[in-house]
Write a protein that binds this ligand. Structure first.
Ligand code: S3P
Length: 422
C-alpha cells in the first residue's frame, strides 16, 4: 500500500489575530510603530485598507511595516464605505474603535461577511452609547455612529475574542472603563498587547476582563509569531502520514490557542514543543510533529474556544482515527466564514466518510476507506486547507473547487504543502 512520508521545516505566516490587533493598536498609538512578520494576506489587507480610509498612513503589508499612529482618538471620518472583504475580525474590532470616535462609518464586505451576525457587537456598543443601523437583519452593510461613550460591564452570551476586543477597544478610545464576562475565556491577544503597552487590563479566572483606559498608547516594535491555526494543517498532515516529521519554528503556543496541539497529541501524534520563549507578551516555540497510531477523541466543551478555527481540520483527521470522534458545544462554527458544521460534514459525506452533524457539533467515525470526490469550499479558506491536507493521504483523491480562497489567511499554503510532501 502507498505511504506518505513527510519531511521539512515550514515557517508558517504571522498570526492573523495578532496581526489585526498590531495594525489597529499601531494606528491608535502616538507616533511610529514597527510591525515585523505581519500576516500578508487578504484579511489583514482589509484591516490595513480600512485604517488608510480612516486617515492612517500605512504602506502595503510586507515583512516590516511602519505605521504612523495618530493617537488614541485620532482617526478621521472615512470618505467611503469600509470594505472588509471576508474579514469578520476587521469589522468587529474596528466597529469598537469607531464607536469611540465622533463620526460614522459604514462597513461592507463579501457575500460570506454580509451573512455574519453583528448583533453581538452592536448590543454592547449601543449600550455604551454608539448607534448602529443595518440595511437588513444584523449583517452588513452596517453603519456605526460613534461619539461619547459610557462605561459598561457586559456579559457576553458567547466566548468571542472579537466581541471582547470590540468592547475593550471602545473603552480605550472613549476613555471609559469597561468589563466583559464570557462563558469561557477566549483568545487574549488584545489584552496581552495592551498590557505590554502599559494599559491596565486584568483577566480573572472566571473569564472577566477589565480595562482601565489610558490617555495615550506608546508606539511599539513588535514581531508577530507564527499562526497556530496555520501550523495546525501541518500538525494534521504529519499526524496522518506514515513516517517522517515536520518542524514548525516560531509558532504562537499560547494556551488559549493551543487546543489543537493538545487534541492531536491526545489522538496519538507525537508532538514536541521546544525553544519556548516570551516575545512581545506572547509565548512562542518550535513545534515538531511525527505520526503515531490515531485514535478518536471526545473534545471537552471547555477546550472549544482554544481550537475553534481548527475543528473542521479535526473532523478531517478523525476520518483516519480509530473510533468515533465527537465535538459538541461548538454552535459558533455555524456563524464562521461558512456554516462549518454543515460544510465539513456535507463534504466528508460526499467523499464517502462516515460523519454526522449536530446542531452544535459533529461526530466522525474513522476507517481506512479511500475518500474520493470534489469538495465545495463555499469560499471558506479553512475548509479548503483542511481538505487539502486530507487529500494528501494515500488512496484519497480529493479535488478542491476553489483553491484560491486560501489567500484570506495563508496565500502560500499549497506551495508549503507541496514542500513537505514531495
Ligand atoms: C478571532 C476570534 C475568533 C476566531 C477568528 C479570529 C480574533 O472568532 O474564530 O478566526 O482574532 O479575535 P470569535 O471571536 O467570533 O470567536
Amino acid at each position: 500500500m502507498a505511504s506518505l512520508t513527510v519531511a521539512g521545516t515550514v515557517q508558517v505566516p504571522g498570526d492573523k489575530s495578532i496581526s489585526h490587533r498590531a495594525l489597529i493598536l499601531a494606528a491608535l498609538a502616538d507616533g511610529e510603530s514597527v510591525i515585523r512578520d505581519v500576516l500578508v494576506a487578504d484579511d489583514t489587507a482589509s484591516t490595513a485598507y480600512a485604517l488608510r480610509a480612516l486617515g492612517i498612513d500605512a504602506p502595503p503589508l510586507g515583512p516590516e511595516v511602519l505605521i504612523q499612529g495618530t493617537g488614541v482618538r485620532g482617526l478621521r471620518a472615512p470618505g467611503a464605505n469600509l470594505d472588509c472583504g471576508n474579514s469578520g475580525t476587521s469589522v468587529r474590532l474596528l466597529a469598537g474603535v469607531i464607536a469611540g470616535h465622533p463620526f460614522s462609518a459604514t462597513f461592507v464586505g463579501d457575500e460570506s461577511l454580509r451573512r455574519r451576525p453583528m448583533r453581538r457587537i452592536a448590543e454592547p456598543l449601543s449600550a455604551m452609547g454608539a448607534r448602529f443601523s443595518f440595511a437588513a437583519g444584523d449583517g452588513l452593510p452596517m453603519t456605526v455612529q460613534g461619539g461619547d461613550l459610557r462605561h459598561i460591564a457586559w456579559t457576553s452570551e458567547v466566548s468571542s475574542a472579537q466581541v471582547k476586543s470590540a468592547i475593550l477597544l471602545a473603552g480605550l478610545v472613549a476613555g471609559v472603563p469597561v468589563s466583559v464576562r464570557e462563558p469561557r475565556p477566549s483568545r487574549d491577544h488584545t489584552e496581552r498587547m495592551l498590557r505590554s503597552l502599559g494599559v491596565t487590563v486584568t483577566s480573572s479566572r472566571d473569564a472577566v476582563t477589565k480595562l482601565t483606559p489610558a490617555a495615550r498608547l506608546e508606539p511599539f516594535d513588535l514581531t508577530v509569531p507564527g499562526d497556530p491555526s496555520s501550523a495546525a494543517f501541518f500538525l494534521a498532515l504529519a499526524a496522518l502520514s506514515s513516517s517522517g516529521s515536520i518542524t514548525l519554528p516560531g509558532v504562537c503556543v499560547d494556551t488559549l490557542r493551543a487546543g489543537f496541539v493538545r487534541a492531536i497529541r491526545h489522538m496519538g501524534a507525537i508532538v514536541k514543543v521546544s525553544d519556548t520563549r516570551q516575545a512581545t507578551g506572547e509565548e512562542q516555540g518550535t513545534i515538531t510533529v511525527a505520526p503515531g497510531a490515531l485514535r478518536a477523541i471526545h473534545v471537552r466543551e471547555s477546550e472549544i474556544p482554544a481550537m475553534i478555527d481548527e475543528l473542521p481540520l479535526l473532523a478531517c483527521v478523525a476520518t483516519r482515527a480509530e473510533g468515533e470522534t465527537v465535538v459538541r458545544g461548538a454552535a459558533e462554527l455555524r456563524v464562521k466564514e461558512s456554516d462549518r458544521i454543515a460544510s465539513v460534514v456535507d463534504n466528508l459525506r460526499a467523499l464517502g466518510a462516515d460523519a454526522e452533524a449536530f446542531e452544535d457539533g459533529f461526530a466522525v467515525r474513522g476507517s481506512d476507506k479511500p475518500l474520493r470526490g470534489t469538495v465545495r469550499t463555499g469560499g471558506d479558506h479553512r475548509i479548503a486547507m483542511s481538505f487539502g491536507v486530507l487529500g494528501c493521504v494515500p488512496g484519497n483523491e480529493i479535488r478542491i473547487d476553489d483553491r484560491d480562497c486560501v489567500a484570506v489567511s495563508y496565500p502560500g499554503f499549497w506551495q508549503d504543502l507541496r514542500k513537505v510532501t514531495s
